[in-house]
Design a protein around this ligand. Sequence first.
Ligand SMILES: Nc1ncnc2c1ncn2[C@@H]1O[C@H](COP(=O)(O)OP(=O)(O)O)[C@@H](O)[C@H]1O
Ligand SMILES: [Mg+2]
Length: 362
Amino acid sequence: MSAVRNMSGQKVKVALLFGGRSAEHDISLISADAVFRNLDKENFDIISIYINTEGRWRHVESPLLPKDELIEGMFLSFLPWGGQNTGIPLDADIYFPVLHGPYGEDGTIQGFLEMADVPYVGAGVLSSAGCMDKASAKVLFKANGLPVVKHLTIREPAWRSGKKEILQQITDELRLPVFVKPANMGSSIGISKVADLRKMADAVELALKFDTKVVVEQGVAGRELECSILGNEKPRASLPGEILPYREFYDYSDKYIDGKTQFKIPAPLSPEMTRYVQRLAVDAYKALECSGMARIDFFLEDKTEKLFLSEINTIPGFTDISMYPKLWEASGIPFPELLNILIDLGISRHKHKKRKGIHFRP
Ligand SMILES: Nc1ncnc2c1ncn2[C@@H]1O[C@H](COP(=O)(O)OP(=O)(O)O)[C@@H](O)[C@H]1O
Ligand SMILES: [Mg+2]
């Protein structure tokens, strides 16, 4: 499969949306940089749209601009009455949100693109929102018979009015260590591993800095596996990969600062376990109505060899060394070809949806 010319026989115009309002702003810049460099310039004209941390938009030359140049200049609100018309020809054939975390990966920008009736890469509104919210994702995984680790969801008002009861409930229902996380975040931001009950309240407070909902999860002593999925109706799975965190767990600095984490691609697994990971990844992808792409993360418990679904990332890291493109590379799809396929999938999803009769009036 390769990207086609647009209806007028010109190169397909791909608008990269990057930056964004979430704490993962800077990660998005690195991902967009790699996507920009790997997009086949023979097939695509690239429109670069930088979104600043306030959520204002700006057309820039490319994501490769230094940050001080990115943040300088006139920004537009996407509401028609929110800014001036600069006459920028933003008539993209497809939009590619290379945005991680809230206001990027959570269905909000997808909803905006749906409202504008334009094709875009990746998951739709429902799937993006469902996967972003770790508490909701677990409910949906469980409802579909998929294995998740034991966990509790804490809402801020309940915590404020009954810390003692909640701490007691954690002690009663879960074993230490646990992982305490904001429901909606990524890149390990706001996550703590708690092995001492006296540190629990601080961990919950930290997570509450990022969201009003917190997930407390049974810690799994085992291996971390990831599998990349690509496709709409017929999703296919890459070879699984493994992460060997350098620190206590795969935290923010391990992910982006130290660079000492080891990756095993493919993960050393038996053929049966490889197939099982791939099958569960496809099942999870379908259960959460994903489309285009996603990276599905797992824990494989050492003692029991039980496989648990951890989370789905609908806009996974896209840097040159990120698992999502790396796993596809190892499975026979180089980065530029992967981008071609993702763009085709976005365009065909939009066409397919348009054929459904939302305009039909009986
Ligand atoms: N239940 C758990 N058991 C063991 N390790 C965990 C657990 N939950 C999270 N971790 C560790 O924390 C990291 C980040 O957690 P994750 O839920 O993937 O959040 P994020 O969306 O920020 O990536 C994981 O990659 C893993 O190293
Ligand atoms: Mg993760």
